[in-house]
Design a protein around this ligand. Structure first.
Ligand code: FES
Length: 161
């Protein structure tokens, strides 16, 4: 399925430009710009990253570095319930990969994909900062789901909703 093309809307462009004077330099408005875009279209596609870069006087790779570094930004469309599973060391040792495989089996999609109805997607992310409660999962920007066990993926999905 191909993604529809997106461009920076005039309203978001104006919102970004209104933020720029609040910061010591235009690049500092980047995180806010990405929030505005994601709030409007749900993710930050490459074409829009290039537009943001031009607007803030950055190279496109500088925008992409930020989009791909923070788990709260998405380069591609995600499901309404985007299930992010931490696969960093503490969570990996507690079975994070098995949690991911369990989700893939039950939802019928792989990491980085959405279910056909757009309801769910699965992402592997790096440390969410709750290593003591591994495996740690986050759905959208909601509170963490902690101490997830690989043999309790059905319970996890009930919690995810
Ligand atoms: S390693 Fe998973 S929360 Fe830190």
């Amino acid at each position: 399925m191909s993604e529809p093309s997106h461009t920076l809307s005039d309203s978001v462009k104006q919102a970004i430009l209104a933020e720029v004077p609040k910061y010591p330099e235009p690049r500092s408005a980047l995180l806010m710009a990405l929030h505005f875009v994601q709030a409007e279209i749900g993710h930050v596609p490459l074409a829009v990253q290039r537009e943001i870069a031009a607007l803030l006087g950055l190279r496109p790779i500088e925008v992409r570095e930020v989009v791909t570094f923070y788990p709260m930004y998405h380069e591609h469309p995600v499901g309404k319930r985007n299930i992010q599973v931490c696969v960093n060391i503490a969570c990996a040792l507690a079975g994070a990969r098995k949690v991911v495989r369990g989700l893939e089996e039950r939802l019928g999609v792989r990491v980085g994909e959405r279910t056909p109805d757009g309801a769910y997607s699965i992402e592997e992310v790096q440390c969410l900062g709750s290593c003591g409660t591994a495996v740690c999962v986050q759905v959208n920007n909601e509170p963490f789901i902690e101490n997830v066990r690989p043999d309790r993926v059905d319970d996890l999905l009930r919690t995810v909703g």
